[in-house]
Design a protein around this ligand. Structure first.
Ligand code: AMP
Length: 257
Protein backbone atom coordinates (compact mmCIF):
# COMPACT_ATOMS: atom_id res chain seq x y z
CA UNK A 1 0.00 0.00 0.00
CA UNK A 2 1.22 3.49 -0.85
CA UNK A 3 0.72 6.14 1.82
CA UNK A 4 0.88 9.51 0.07
CA UNK A 5 0.47 12.98 1.51
CA UNK A 6 0.86 15.37 -1.42
CA UNK A 7 -0.97 15.90 -4.70
CA UNK A 8 2.31 15.25 -6.53
CA UNK A 9 2.93 11.88 -4.81
CA UNK A 10 -0.67 10.93 -5.44
CA UNK A 11 -0.35 11.60 -9.17
CA UNK A 12 2.68 9.31 -9.35
CA UNK A 13 0.92 6.26 -7.88
CA UNK A 14 -2.30 6.41 -9.91
CA UNK A 15 -2.43 3.99 -12.83
CA UNK A 16 -4.83 3.00 -15.60
CA UNK A 17 -7.79 0.78 -14.79
CA UNK A 18 -11.05 1.15 -12.92
CA UNK A 19 -10.35 3.30 -9.87
CA UNK A 20 -12.47 3.52 -6.72
CA UNK A 21 -12.36 6.29 -4.13
CA UNK A 22 -13.52 6.00 -0.53
CA UNK A 23 -13.49 9.44 1.12
CA UNK A 24 -13.17 9.24 4.94
CA UNK A 25 -12.19 11.20 8.01
CA UNK A 26 -10.38 8.20 9.49
CA UNK A 27 -10.86 6.49 12.88
CA UNK A 28 -11.79 3.45 10.81
CA UNK A 29 -14.57 1.04 11.80
CA UNK A 30 -16.59 -1.68 10.05
CA UNK A 31 -18.66 0.98 8.22
CA UNK A 32 -15.49 2.21 6.51
CA UNK A 33 -14.33 -1.36 5.85
CA UNK A 34 -17.61 -2.22 4.12
CA UNK A 35 -16.97 0.65 1.67
CA UNK A 36 -13.36 -0.46 1.14
CA UNK A 37 -14.50 -4.04 0.49
CA UNK A 38 -17.14 -2.90 -2.00
CA UNK A 39 -14.45 -0.86 -3.76
CA UNK A 40 -12.10 -3.86 -3.72
CA UNK A 41 -14.77 -6.03 -5.35
CA UNK A 42 -15.44 -3.55 -8.14
CA UNK A 43 -12.21 -1.69 -8.85
CA UNK A 44 -8.62 -2.37 -9.87
CA UNK A 45 -7.15 0.45 -7.81
CA UNK A 46 -8.62 1.60 -4.51
CA UNK A 47 -7.78 4.99 -3.12
CA UNK A 48 -8.92 5.85 0.41
CA UNK A 49 -8.62 9.45 1.52
CA UNK A 50 -8.14 10.21 5.21
CA UNK A 51 -8.75 13.88 5.85
CA UNK A 52 -10.55 15.50 8.78
CA UNK A 53 -11.96 18.28 6.66
CA UNK A 54 -12.10 21.48 8.74
CA UNK A 55 -14.45 23.29 6.36
CA UNK A 56 -17.35 20.94 7.08
CA UNK A 57 -17.20 21.59 10.83
CA UNK A 58 -19.04 24.55 12.36
CA UNK A 59 -17.49 26.79 15.02
CA UNK A 60 -19.22 24.85 17.82
CA UNK A 61 -18.51 21.40 16.31
CA UNK A 62 -16.00 18.83 17.52
CA UNK A 63 -13.13 19.46 15.06
CA UNK A 64 -10.43 19.65 17.77
CA UNK A 65 -11.75 16.54 19.56
CA UNK A 66 -12.42 14.47 16.45
CA UNK A 67 -10.82 11.02 17.03
CA UNK A 68 -7.53 10.54 15.16
CA UNK A 69 -5.26 7.51 15.09
CA UNK A 70 -3.30 7.57 11.90
CA UNK A 71 -0.97 4.66 12.69
CA UNK A 72 -3.94 2.39 13.39
CA UNK A 73 -5.77 3.56 10.26
CA UNK A 74 -2.70 2.86 8.09
CA UNK A 75 -2.50 -0.67 9.50
CA UNK A 76 -6.19 -1.35 8.95
CA UNK A 77 -6.29 0.09 5.43
CA UNK A 78 -3.37 -2.14 4.53
CA UNK A 79 -5.22 -5.15 5.98
CA UNK A 80 -8.26 -4.28 3.82
CA UNK A 81 -6.18 -4.35 0.64
CA UNK A 82 -6.30 -0.61 -0.01
CA UNK A 83 -3.81 0.39 -2.73
CA UNK A 84 -3.36 4.07 -1.94
CA UNK A 85 -4.03 5.88 1.33
CA UNK A 86 -4.07 9.64 0.70
CA UNK A 87 -3.49 11.63 3.91
CA UNK A 88 -3.18 15.29 2.92
CA UNK A 89 -2.49 18.08 5.40
CA UNK A 90 -4.93 20.97 5.77
CA UNK A 91 -2.43 23.16 3.91
CA UNK A 92 -2.22 20.68 1.06
CA UNK A 93 -6.01 20.85 0.57
CA UNK A 94 -6.51 24.51 1.48
CA UNK A 95 -3.34 26.42 0.65
CA UNK A 96 -3.14 30.12 1.52
CA UNK A 97 -5.44 32.09 -0.77
CA UNK A 98 -7.93 29.24 -1.23
CA UNK A 99 -11.28 30.83 -2.14
CA UNK A 100 -13.49 28.64 -4.33
CA UNK A 101 -16.48 26.80 -2.90
CA UNK A 102 -19.09 24.31 -4.09
CA UNK A 103 -22.31 25.68 -2.70
CA UNK A 104 -25.18 23.20 -3.01
CA UNK A 105 -28.81 24.24 -2.90
CA UNK A 106 -30.05 21.92 -0.12
CA UNK A 107 -32.24 22.37 2.93
CA UNK A 108 -33.68 20.31 5.77
CA UNK A 109 -31.96 17.67 7.90
CA UNK A 110 -28.22 18.23 8.31
CA UNK A 111 -28.27 21.21 5.92
CA UNK A 112 -30.54 23.15 8.28
CA UNK A 113 -29.00 21.81 11.49
CA UNK A 114 -25.37 22.51 10.44
CA UNK A 115 -25.12 25.67 8.33
CA UNK A 116 -22.24 25.45 5.86
CA UNK A 117 -21.67 21.74 6.50
CA UNK A 118 -22.51 20.54 2.99
CA UNK A 119 -20.57 23.39 1.39
CA UNK A 120 -17.48 21.98 3.12
CA UNK A 121 -18.37 18.39 2.22
CA UNK A 122 -19.12 19.18 -1.45
CA UNK A 123 -15.99 21.30 -1.84
CA UNK A 124 -13.64 18.69 -0.39
CA UNK A 125 -15.28 15.84 -2.32
CA UNK A 126 -15.01 17.71 -5.64
CA UNK A 127 -11.35 18.42 -4.87
CA UNK A 128 -10.79 14.73 -4.05
CA UNK A 129 -12.61 13.69 -7.25
CA UNK A 130 -10.39 16.01 -9.27
CA UNK A 131 -7.21 14.76 -7.60
CA UNK A 132 -8.03 11.03 -7.68
CA UNK A 133 -10.21 10.98 -10.82
CA UNK A 134 -12.15 7.92 -9.67
CA UNK A 135 -14.56 5.94 -11.84
CA UNK A 136 -16.59 5.12 -8.74
CA UNK A 137 -16.86 6.76 -5.31
CA UNK A 138 -18.28 4.92 -2.30
CA UNK A 139 -20.45 6.50 0.39
CA UNK A 140 -22.39 5.13 3.39
CA UNK A 141 -26.15 5.23 3.90
CA UNK A 142 -25.37 6.35 7.47
CA UNK A 143 -24.85 9.83 5.97
CA UNK A 144 -27.67 9.50 3.44
CA UNK A 145 -28.18 13.21 2.92
CA UNK A 146 -24.46 13.60 2.21
CA UNK A 147 -24.76 10.90 -0.47
CA UNK A 148 -27.80 12.70 -1.92
CA UNK A 149 -25.92 16.01 -1.95
CA UNK A 150 -22.97 14.41 -3.72
CA UNK A 151 -25.31 12.86 -6.33
CA UNK A 152 -26.65 16.37 -6.96
CA UNK A 153 -23.13 17.79 -7.29
CA UNK A 154 -21.97 15.03 -9.65
CA UNK A 155 -25.03 15.55 -11.88
CA UNK A 156 -25.04 19.35 -11.75
CA UNK A 157 -21.32 19.73 -12.47
CA UNK A 158 -21.10 16.76 -14.90
CA UNK A 159 -18.34 15.13 -12.89
CA UNK A 160 -18.85 11.72 -14.46
CA UNK A 161 -18.20 9.76 -11.26
CA UNK A 162 -20.49 6.83 -10.38
CA UNK A 163 -21.63 6.91 -6.77
CA UNK A 164 -22.39 3.81 -4.75
CA UNK A 165 -24.24 4.04 -1.45
CA UNK A 166 -23.68 1.09 0.90
CA UNK A 167 -25.99 0.07 3.78
CA UNK A 168 -25.37 1.32 7.32
CA UNK A 169 -23.26 -1.06 9.39
CA UNK A 170 -24.51 -1.37 12.98
CA UNK A 171 -23.27 -2.81 16.25
CA UNK A 172 -25.06 -5.92 17.52
CA UNK A 173 -27.34 -3.70 19.66
CA UNK A 174 -28.43 -1.66 16.62
CA UNK A 175 -26.39 1.52 17.14
CA UNK A 176 -25.00 2.73 13.80
CA UNK A 177 -21.21 2.60 13.83
CA UNK A 178 -19.69 6.06 13.94
CA UNK A 179 -16.25 7.43 14.76
CA UNK A 180 -18.07 9.66 17.26
CA UNK A 181 -19.39 6.67 19.29
CA UNK A 182 -16.08 6.64 21.20
CA UNK A 183 -17.21 9.85 22.93
CA UNK A 184 -20.17 8.04 24.56
CA UNK A 185 -20.01 6.91 28.19
CA UNK A 186 -21.62 3.54 29.01
CA UNK A 187 -24.81 5.32 30.19
CA UNK A 188 -24.91 7.55 27.14
CA UNK A 189 -24.47 4.60 24.85
CA UNK A 190 -27.51 3.00 26.46
CA UNK A 191 -29.53 6.21 25.92
CA UNK A 192 -28.27 6.45 22.33
CA UNK A 193 -29.97 3.14 21.49
CA UNK A 194 -33.30 4.99 21.60
CA UNK A 195 -32.40 6.54 18.24
CA UNK A 196 -32.14 3.37 16.09
CA UNK A 197 -34.97 1.76 18.06
CA UNK A 198 -37.32 4.68 17.46
CA UNK A 199 -36.54 4.72 13.74
CA UNK A 200 -37.07 0.98 13.49
CA UNK A 201 -40.36 1.14 15.44
CA UNK A 202 -41.61 4.04 13.31
CA UNK A 203 -40.82 2.35 10.05
CA UNK A 204 -44.22 0.73 9.56
CA UNK A 205 -46.31 3.37 11.39
CA UNK A 206 -48.89 5.44 9.44
CA UNK A 207 -47.08 8.66 10.47
CA UNK A 208 -43.43 7.62 10.81
CA UNK A 209 -42.18 11.07 11.90
CA UNK A 210 -44.69 11.30 14.77
CA UNK A 211 -44.13 7.65 15.70
CA UNK A 212 -40.34 8.12 15.86
CA UNK A 213 -40.69 11.27 17.97
CA UNK A 214 -42.98 9.41 20.36
CA UNK A 215 -40.60 6.46 20.63
CA UNK A 216 -37.45 8.45 21.37
CA UNK A 217 -37.72 7.64 25.04
CA UNK A 218 -36.82 11.09 26.36
CA UNK A 219 -34.07 11.71 23.81
CA UNK A 220 -34.56 15.25 22.46
CA UNK A 221 -34.21 15.15 18.65
CA UNK A 222 -32.71 18.02 16.65
CA UNK A 223 -34.95 16.87 13.85
CA UNK A 224 -36.97 13.87 12.69
CA UNK A 225 -37.67 14.17 8.98
CA UNK A 226 -38.52 12.33 5.81
CA UNK A 227 -35.77 12.59 3.21
CA UNK A 228 -35.91 11.68 -0.49
CA UNK A 229 -32.71 10.20 -1.87
CA UNK A 230 -33.16 9.31 -5.52
CA UNK A 231 -36.12 6.91 -5.60
CA UNK A 232 -35.92 6.09 -1.91
CA UNK A 233 -37.72 7.67 1.02
CA UNK A 234 -35.83 7.68 4.30
CA UNK A 235 -36.76 8.51 7.85
CA UNK A 236 -33.83 10.49 9.29
CA UNK A 237 -33.12 11.85 12.75
CA UNK A 238 -30.39 13.61 14.68
CA UNK A 239 -30.08 13.85 18.45
CA UNK A 240 -27.55 14.85 21.04
CA UNK A 241 -26.65 12.39 23.76
CA UNK A 242 -24.63 14.34 26.33
CA UNK A 243 -22.34 16.39 24.12
CA UNK A 244 -22.22 13.82 21.31
CA UNK A 245 -24.30 14.44 18.21
CA UNK A 246 -25.65 11.30 16.54
CA UNK A 247 -27.49 10.85 13.24
CA UNK A 248 -29.27 7.82 11.87
CA UNK A 249 -31.82 6.84 9.23
CA UNK A 250 -33.87 3.92 7.93
CA UNK A 251 -35.27 3.36 4.46
CA UNK A 252 -39.07 3.50 4.39
CA UNK A 253 -39.49 2.84 0.70
CA UNK A 254 -37.33 2.19 -2.36
CA UNK A 255 -33.63 1.48 -2.54
CA UNK A 256 -30.45 3.50 -2.38
CA UNK A 257 -28.70 2.47 -5.59
P1 AMP B 1 -16.58 9.50 7.92
O1 AMP B 1 -15.20 9.00 8.12
O2 AMP B 1 -17.44 9.44 9.15
O3 AMP B 1 -16.64 10.80 7.19
O4 AMP B 1 -17.28 8.45 6.93
C1 AMP B 1 -16.68 8.11 5.71
C2 AMP B 1 -17.67 7.30 4.91
O5 AMP B 1 -18.05 6.14 5.64
C3 AMP B 1 -18.96 8.08 4.62
O6 AMP B 1 -19.41 7.81 3.30
C4 AMP B 1 -19.91 7.52 5.65
O7 AMP B 1 -21.27 7.59 5.24
C5 AMP B 1 -19.44 6.09 5.73
N1 AMP B 1 -19.88 5.50 7.00
C6 AMP B 1 -19.71 6.01 8.24
N2 AMP B 1 -20.30 5.23 9.16
C7 AMP B 1 -20.87 4.19 8.48
C8 AMP B 1 -21.64 3.05 8.86
N3 AMP B 1 -21.94 2.80 10.14
N4 AMP B 1 -22.06 2.23 7.88
C9 AMP B 1 -21.76 2.47 6.57
N5 AMP B 1 -21.05 3.53 6.15
C10 AMP B 1 -20.60 4.37 7.09
Amino acid sequence: MNVVRSRRELRLVLHDGRRGLVPTMGAFHEGHFSLMRAARAECEQIVVSLFVNPTQFGASDDLAQYPRDEARDVRLAEREGVDVLFIPSVDEMYPPGFGTWVDVDVSGGEASARAGHFRGVATVCVKLFNLVRPDVAFFGQKDAQQAAVMRRVVDDLNLGVHLRVLPTVRDADGLALSSRNVYLSADEREQALALPRALETARSAPDPVAAARAALNGLEPEYVELLRVGDATLLTAAARVGSTRLIDNVILEGELA
